[in-house]
Design a protein around this ligand. Structure first.
Ligand code: HEM
Length: 484
């Protein structure tokens, strides 16, 4: 801030910032008091729409460093050399709560990374879970309606949540994960991140690989029990946000070891699970996680509104050598985020300092719109032109999909040899230790017992029974005990 007197928005000095101007002593306030009108009007417009999901979050800048040669798999320039560093901005979030909600709640955590690469910004907009509740974007608005406030009660309702989950058996895997120990991380620093979807990598020769990203916390996994979280959410609603900021202020920079599972393109058609189904993991025994880098967060934003609230991440922000897979959820997300940004932050959201490329510049012919800053001066705004304007490269960022045949239609996601809605939920349950199972059952039963309709309760328990008979039986007993 420069020195000098307090001013109006137009820069004129302010004489009195304590008393508004009145007609005589004790009289009504005058319209000519422009300072008063300007202050009240600006204040009324301080909020922008919060994110429709993931409204509550915290962010930090940092560095991604390549630790392994991945050039056989991708031609992405930021991954081209061991030791290469790229600036990142990472925003963590919860999903269902509003902007002012408490951090310590049972909910997936967002893990959205923006890599400011020399070929443009690459956004990996993931979660702290490797899978998701549904496998088709067309169900997302309905799903989120059940997580958010009921139109009549204005609160989240167990009836709505379990009605939807029980009628969407593909959610059983993610729900088992969420009600297990990792469902409430102790902080953003003490959890893993995942790209969750399968993405396409392609190398210089145009060979295609399908990949899944993993970010393994170097701080170690730490979680809260349901009881600990209840107390913390009340005592310190900002617990995660504070923890992240204070750790970075202390110089304790959190970091994650970054890995990928890599599937050669030819494996996809015959893999035992549909590799593009977001409700499924690829077991590590099939495709091990290969370490490729290290991500460190080392700088706090200076202004939360400008850099966190107005930050935008889009799964459609790819760079050469990285692209989408035919995962139906991912395909829907390729549209949803840009649309949300245009509504929430505006058509020039990409120009804001946190969002624009840092290691290159955007060269488009898009112009004008609300809050356009005139950055292009008098440059021509069309292409092709003969004035030296930017030109297309002729090389797509990612490789085309082949082998697509058949009629258009509302086709369900194809099922592979071992696919069903319950197999991986059952495997996850059977991997748990006995105390982990006990906590999982107690967490689930506590929530299911709040449902008012018996048919929903039975259907919900039925899905867990399909995953594992013991899981279903113990859950049924625990719910019965709570419901009396
Ligand atoms: C088809 C399903 C989905 C749709 C339509 C959808 C839509 C959205 C929308 C509209 C936002 C708000 C964006 C904004 O206002 O800036 C958002 C935020 C977010 N979503 Fe999704 N989402 C979907 C699934 C997922 C999945 C599967 C993941 C993770 C694997 C995910 C992770 C996130 C994250 C991390 C954010 C917050 C980004 C930030 O920090 O700004 N979403 N989503």
């Amino acid at each position: 801030m420069t020195q000098g007197p307090l001013t109006t928005e137009a820069g004129a000095p302010v004489a009195d910032n304590q008393n508004s101007e009145t007609a005589g002593v004790g009289g009504p306030v005058l319209v000519q008091d422009q300072l008063l009108l300007e202050k009240l009007a600006h204040f009324n417009r301080e909020r922008i729409p919060e994110r429709v999901v993931h409204a509550r979050g915290a962010g930090a800048y940092g560095t991604f460093t390549v630790t392994a040669d991945v050039t056989p798999y991708t031609r992405a320039a930021f991954l081209s050399e061991v030791g290469k560093q790229t600036e990142v901005f990472l925003r963590f979030s919860t999903v269902a709560g509003n902007l002012g909600a408490a951090d310590a709640v049972r909910d997936p955590r967002g893990f959205a990374v923006k890599f400011y690469t020399e070929e443009g910004n690459y956004d990996l907009v993931g979660n702290n879970t490797p899978v998701f509740f549904i496998r088709d974007a067309i169900k997302f608005p309905d799903f989120i309606h059940t997580q958010k406030r009921d139109p009549y009660t204005g609160s989240q309702e167990a009836d709505n949540v379990w009605d939807f989950w029980s009628l969407s058996p593909e959610s059983t895997h993610q729900v088992t994960w969420l009600f297990g120990d990792r469902g409430i991380p102790a902080s953003y620093r003490h959890m893993d991140g995942f790209g969750s979807h399968t993405f396409q990598w392609s190398n210089e020769a145009g060979e295609v690989f399908w990949v899944k990203y993993h970010f393994k916390t170097d701080q170690g996994i730490k979680n809260l029990t349901a009881e600990e979280a209840e107390v913390l959410a009340g005592k310190d609603p900002d617990s995660h946000q504070r923890d992240l900021r204070e750790a970075i202020e202390r110089g304790e920079f959190p970091s994650w070891t970054v890995g990928v599972q890599i599937m050669p393109a030819a494996d996809a058609a015959t893999y035992r699970f549909n590799p593009f189904d977001l409700t499924k993991v690829w077991p590590h025994a099939d495709y091990p996680v290969i370490e490729i880098g290290r991500l460190e967060l080392n700088r706090n934003p200076r202004n939360i509104f400008a850099e966190v609230e107005q930050s935008i991440f889009s799964p459609a922000h790819f760079v050469p050598g990285i692209g989408p897979s035919p995962d139906k959820m991912l395909q829907g997300r390729l549209f949803a985020y840009g649309d949300a940004h245009r509504y929430r932050v505006g058509i020039n959201a990409d120009h804001l300092p946190v969002n624009r490329p840092h290691a290159t510049e955007a060269r488009t012919n898009s112009r004008d719109g609300f809050l356009y800053d005139g950055r292009h001066g008098g440059e021509k705004n069309y292409e092709p032109n003969s004035f030296g304007g930017p030109q297309q490269t002729g090389r797509p960022l990612w490789q085309p999909l082949d082998g697509l045949t058949g009629a258009t239609g509302n086709h369900p996601t194809p099922v592979h040899a071992e696919d069903n809605d319950f197999v991986q939920a059952g495997n996850l349950y059977r991997l748990m230790t006995e105390p982990e199972k006990e906590r999982l059952i107690a967490n689930l039963a506590g929530f299911i017992a709040k449902v008012t309709r018996q048919d929903i309760v039975e259907r919900a328990i039925g899905n867990f029974r399909n995953a594992d008979a013991d899981f279903g039986k113990r859950l049924e007993t625990a719910v019965q005990e709570l419901r009396g």
